[in-house]
Design a protein around this ligand. Structure first.
Ligand code: GCO
Ligand code: MG
Length: 406
């Protein structure tokens, strides 16, 4: 069997997605991968079209590990968001082919089911505590048992995550998306507000519902340690991404001050970034993005390392990666033993018109179908109706005008 063609589609059904189709010399045997990198879509598409695609022609698509090693180690320039997203797109398409060829869903090829469904979490945001509470209650009605909560911070502008699930699935962030929207961020008000939000929610909703919160890498070490300690009485499922990915050593400071569970990893691009946090048991959940870390091949190795250190998985699952990667998430969740929780979004109809299949939500859990491969497909005619639209993530500035991490 040989790879005969690598096709890249950039489409915007609701928001931009970069999709990779790998075709083979066997009739009707092809795989689809997702290589979407929010705000840098064309850089990945170009890396795939101009540099990576030609290297794949004539190779045996069954040899996923060898192709992975060849593209990662064999090409000298390695790593980083653009190349690892491109590699993930290729990797997922190859796994899709392998599953289709075997006539088996991927979870089966990965070792078979260890659980029936994957515990899922959704996003709830609001302008004030009351609004967050209402959104949490509505999510509970839908069956969610784990919920991420974010609230607008007085004095800050455009607080991350406040739009809730809809924001995550929106076409562009802010108005129009021609240039990045600028948000304002000061940590003081944030640090005072978040513990009060959790106190409010616990007093109204009780202890049973699992709550988590995403810091989005905005704090420095001592602020992160303070927040993690102050929210300790409210028993978070986890506190997400408290520090920037460069500062792994600073996780020790958080650990020294609190038993709040810590999750980290959506900005990582290789297992070596995750390694010290796992082996030193500085985190409780590893939440890499399959779509930015080189795909299933790399993520299952990370999961295996994490298993030895009692670290669970919580793979990144936002709206800005395609349902194809969400499907890969759930195949992996369903087959590993140290799965923790799965972030998810409900994709709008327009996205599902182009990218079909994908995990299904029911009673708080995500399920993949028994279709061979990833269980997702792409309608290329529909994709052509939604051309790429330039869009950026917002940027953040402090009150004095200086740049801060978004
Ligand atoms: C999450 C993430 C996302 C990212 C987004 C950036 O926890 O889901 O923080 O919302 O901000 O993926 O493109
Ligand atoms: Mg996050």
């Amino acid at each position: 069997m040989q790879i005969t063609n690598v096709k890249i589609i950039v489409t915007s059904p609701g928001r931009n997605y970069v999709l990779v189709k790998i075709e083979t010399d066997e009739p009707d045997l092809y795989g689809w991968g997702d290589a979407t990198l929010n705000g840098r879509e064309l850089a990945v598409a170009s890396a795939l079209e101009k540099h990576i695609g030609p290297l794949l022609i004539g190779r045996d698509p069954d040899r996923i590990e060898d192709i992975w090693q060849y593209l990662f180690r064999g090409t000298y320039w390695r790593g980083g968001p653009v190349l690892m997203t491109a590699l993930a797109g290729v990797d997922l398409a190859l796994w899709d082919i392998k599953g289709k060829r075997a006539g088996l869903p991927l979870y089966s090829l990965l070792g078979g089911k260890t659980r029936e469904g994957a515990l899922a979490y959704t996003h709830c945001g609001g302008q004030d505590f009351q609004e967050v509470e209402e959104h949490v209650r509505a999510a509970q009605e839908k069956g969610f048992k784990v919920i991420r909560v974010q609230v607008a911070i007085p004095g800050n502008v455009g607080t991350y995550g406040v739009g809730g699930a809809q924001e995550a699935a929106a076409a562009t962030w802010g108005e129009g998306g021609a240039l990045p929207q600028v948000e304002r961020w000061e940590p003081g008000a944030y640090l005072r507000t978040v513990p009060r939000l959790l106190e409010h929610l616990r007093s109204r909703l009780g202890e049973e519902i699992e709550l988590l919160h995403d810091v989005h890498e905005r704090l420095n070490p001592i602020q992160a340690a303070r927040l993690a300690r102050e929210v300790e009485p409210f028993h978070l499922f986890f506190l997400e991404d408290p520090l920037r990915p460069e500062h792994k050593e600073s996780f020790r400071l958080i650990r020294q001050h609190t038993t709040t569970p810590i999750a980290m990893g959506e900005l990582f691009h290789s297992r070596w970034e995750a390694l010290p946090l796992i082996t030193e048991q500085l985190i409780d959940f590893i939440r890499c993005d399959l779509g930015h870390i080189g795909g299933l091949t790399e993520a299952r190795k990370i999961a295996a390392i994490a298993e030895s250190y009692q670290v669970q998985t919580a793979w990144h699952g936002p709206g800005d990666i395609a349902p194809i990667t969400h499907a890969a998430n759930v195949h992996l969740d369903t087959s590993i033993t140290n799965f923790g929780v799965q972030e998810m979004v409900f994709f709008p109809e327009i996205t599902q018109e182009v990218i079909t299949g994908g995990p299904v939500f029911k009673d708080g859990y995500l399920w993949v179908t028994d279709k061979p491969g990833l269980g997702t497909d792409v309608d290329e005619v529909a994709a052509a109706r939604y051309p790429y639209q330039r869009a950026y993530l917002p940027t953040v500035r402090r009150a004095d005008g200086s740049v801060h991490d978004w």
